[in-house]
Write a protein that binds this ligand. Structure first.
Ligand code: HEC
Length: 310
């Protein structure tokens, strides 16, 4: 083993393997385990220290034993090191241990007495690699049996549920950071209370009321609670004007770089939920009654699906 992997490869390899296994087996949420649990970093640190210490000791012992070798033995060692890997002692020993196969010259030793019309049979032992695999299967099955059928850790149905919960969590997480799912082509009116409330919050936090009034009654900007609209009063029209601003009046600026599309959708839905509230101090109507425009077939806004686009 030593000749194939020098210590500067062996140590990082072993360390990486242990590190990866710890990360895999310790459930530490989103952060890596060694950050979430400092004790893990400590154990890894000690482990790395021991690995390096062992390497140093081995290297020292090797050096000392080498000086005690006779000239002949040194020659022998050099020859062995020069052999290709498949010819090396290490490889041959390993193969021999794993297969215990007999060479052709030794076949007579394992030949059975049977002779079926000239066809003879060898009595080879089971190859140890196969036997070890079989033992590993037995150990695995015992652990599995105890864990799932005796202790009853979780059933397949529960595993499915857990996976679904996890997927839902990841989905929500994804949606939070995926701003471009809503655009003018697929935006629909949201009617659920939570979205309307978020729309109201976003309307307020972006100071829309400074021009449109606390109750959307209007001010510098038009009243947003009546049926009259300068730029159209469907959810798509509202989405467009809030994102792109007004082409007729630059005072209404584009907001698409400031507010996420999903939030613009909620703001538009909030504004439309305030239709007909007729607040105090409502500004006189501006623009045209939207319903008239909506009456032409190509403008009809059919919102049958009240569910969230998300
Ligand atoms: C600086 C003042 C100002 C601010 C701030 C402002 N608006 Fe406006 N808004 C206007 C004006 C002026 C208009 C009229 C545009 C026009 O004549 O086309 C308007 C138009 C609108 C319209 C279309 C009304 C219609 O009749 O077509 C909507 C919807 C709207 N604003 C929503 C918002 C939202 C949401 C915000 C906050 C993100 C906001 N506005 C911030 C001034 C403002």
């Amino acid at each position: 083993m030593k000749n194939i992997f020098p210590s500067y490869i062996r140590v990082p390899l072993i360390f990486a393997f242990v590190f990866a296994s710890l990360e895999y087996f310790i459930d530490s949420g989103e952060k890596p385990a060694f950050i979430e649990y400092p004790i893990v970093s400590l154990i890894l640190g000690v482990f790395l220290f021991i690995l390096v210490a062992i390497e140093i000791v081995f290297a020292a012992v090797d050096k000392v034993t080498y000086t005690f070798l006779s000239e002949e033995e040194k020659e022998q060692l050099k020859l062995e090191e020069a052999l290709p890997f498949t010819e090396s002692k290490f490889y041959k020993n390993l193969m021999n241990k794993l297969t215990r196969s007999k060479s052709i010259e030794q076949e007579a030793d394992v030949m059975l007495d049977h002779d079926y019309d000239g066809i003879k049979e060898l009595d080879n032992v089971l190859p140890p690699w196969w036997v070890y695999l079989f033992y590993a299967c037995i150990i695995f099955s015992v652990v599995y049996l105890v864990r799932f059928h005796i202790v009853g850790d979780y059933t397949q149905a529960e595993e499915y549920e857990m996976a679904m919960v996890q997927a839902e969590k990841e989905h929500q997480e994804y949606l939070k950071n995926a701003p471009d799912l809503v655009n003018v082509d697929n935006v629909v009116l949201m009617t659920d209370a939570a979205s309307i409330a978020e729309g109201k919050k976003a309307f307020e936090s972006n100071n829309c009321f400074s021009c449109h009034g606390q109750n959307l009654q209007g001010g510098i900007g038009p009243n947003l609670t009546d049926k009259y609209w300068i730029n159209g009063g469907g959810v798509k029209e509202l989405f467009t004007i809030i994102s792109e601003g007004s082409s007729k009046n630059p005072v209404m600026a584009p907001w698409k770089d400031v507010i996420k599309p999903t939030d613009i959708q909620k703001i538009a839905s909030y504004i439309l939920s305030m239709q007909g509230t007729n607040p105090d101090g409502a500004k006189d109507p501006e623009g045209a009654i939207w319903e008239e425009i909506a009456a032409t077939p190509e403008n009809v806004e059919v919102v049958t699906d009240s569910t969230n686009v998300e």
